[in-house]
Design a protein around this ligand. Structure first.
Ligand SMILES: Cc1cc2nc3c(=O)[nH]c(=O)nc-3n(C[C@H](O)[C@H](O)[C@H](O)COP(=O)(O)O)c2cc1C
Length: 326
């Protein structure tokens, strides 16, 4: 292991990895601070979705994903890390410290690091080819290795029941949620923004919506968006955690990114259909299908993907606190 302090270029590499993480509506609800070579990951209260994520569950998941991505960045520099969740009671925004250890990094992390830049949330149709069973097993392993459970829903009636719940949740969505989303999704100032989801990342509309593909601009007209055929039978999976508090959400985020980049490595793309999890009663129903941990955190649509464009990210200078802040 390398014992010299990190150079500015190495720090940049770790931060670029961390900020490539997915976040709901691309809010990027995080900021970072260096403490020596350790990275502090903070949740940003100004980037919370008051209606869409009232308990900050999904913001914590995003920060967890940033934590895992940062660990991959360290591993690419041959540095092992460990994660200390909520290390300081006096600073509640401080969700995790990624601490450099003397141990070698997990040998699998470096390969995963190289998949980070090509990971995307992919709302385009997938190829009509099944995910190879061995690759699905790798995805389950990735979730398990981070202390969560990826429940792939293959059997009826559970498959159709989940899709029905998602469709119902879409129908019940209240107007204030859609209004809040409109600040982030295809927003009027999207071309000047370094956050949010631009129209080009919304994907086309499915000819016959099943619920598996979420239309983030539902109820709005987006110019140039066509309706086309999607894959007939996407793989649907639910990521479950052991508990359902902030520490579990952070764990879920780490697992989520591990699952996603493992998929990227094998050509598996993902998008999400979390509508039913945003409604407390329906979330319980999704969880009641859960045979393992029972806390449903994310609903994933998985398949063999084609390339789609990236979403923007804020400049690193906007997400790193100066030394004396925090
Ligand atoms: C906690 C969480 C919830 C998300 N929920 C959805 C969702 O329900 N539907 C969707 O299409 N994308 C969802 N996303 C994906 C984000 O929109 C996406 O990560 C963000 O726009 C950045 O794009 P990227 O993943 O391509 O980097 C979610 C991401 C996270 C981390």
């Amino acid at each position: 292991m390398n014992s010299a302090p990190l150079t500015p270029k190495q720090r940049e590499r770790i931060l670029r990895a961390a900020t490539s993480a997915p976040s709901k509506h691309n809010t990027q609800p995080w900021w970072f601070r260096w403490d020596g070579d350790d990275l502090e990951v903070h949740i940003d209260p100004d980037r919370m979705l008051v209606f869409g994520d009232p308990h900050a569950r999904e913001a914590h998941i995003a920060c967890g994903a940033a934590v895992f991505a940062a660990r991959l960045g360290y591993a690419s520099l041959n540095l092992g890390t460990e994660v200390e969740p909520f290390p300081d009671d006096d600073r509640p925004s401080f969700v995790a410290r990624v601490r450099v250890t003397t141990a070698a990094p997990d040998p699998r992390f470096e390969t995963l690091y190289w998949s980070l830049p090509s990971r995307r949330t992919n709302r385009a149709p997938f190829k009509d080819a099944a995910i190879p069973p061995l690759v699905l097993e790798y995805l389950r392993d990735a979730a398990r290795d981070e202390g969560t459970w990826l429940r792939v829903i293959e059997q009826e009636p559970a498959y159709e029941r989940l899709l029905t719940l998602i469709r119902e949740a879409t129908g019940l969505e209240e107007e204030h949620l859609r209004e809040e989303r409109a600040h982030w999704v295809d927003a009027p100032d999207a071309t000047h923004r370094s956050d949010g989801i631009p129209a080009r990342s919304l994907g086309p509309l499915p000819h016959s919506p099943t619920g598996a593909v979420r239309d983030l601009a539902v109820g709005r007209d987006v110019t140039g968006r066509e309706a086309i055929a999607f894959e007939a039978h996407p793989t649907i999976a639910v990521l479950e955690s052991r508990g359902d508090g902030p520490v579990d959400w952070l764990v879920t985020g780490q697992a989520l990114l591990r699952v996603l980049v493992t998929g990227t490595r094998y050509g598996v793309a993902a998008s999400f259909a979390n509508q039913a999890l945003e409604n407390a009663d329906m979330r319980d129903e999704v969880a009641s299908e859960a045979k393992h941990y029972g806390n449903a955190q994310m609903v994933l649509r998985l398949g063999m993907g084609v390339d789609v464009p990236p979403t923007p990210r804020r400049a690193l200078s906007d997400v790193v606190a100066p030394k004396d802040e925090g």
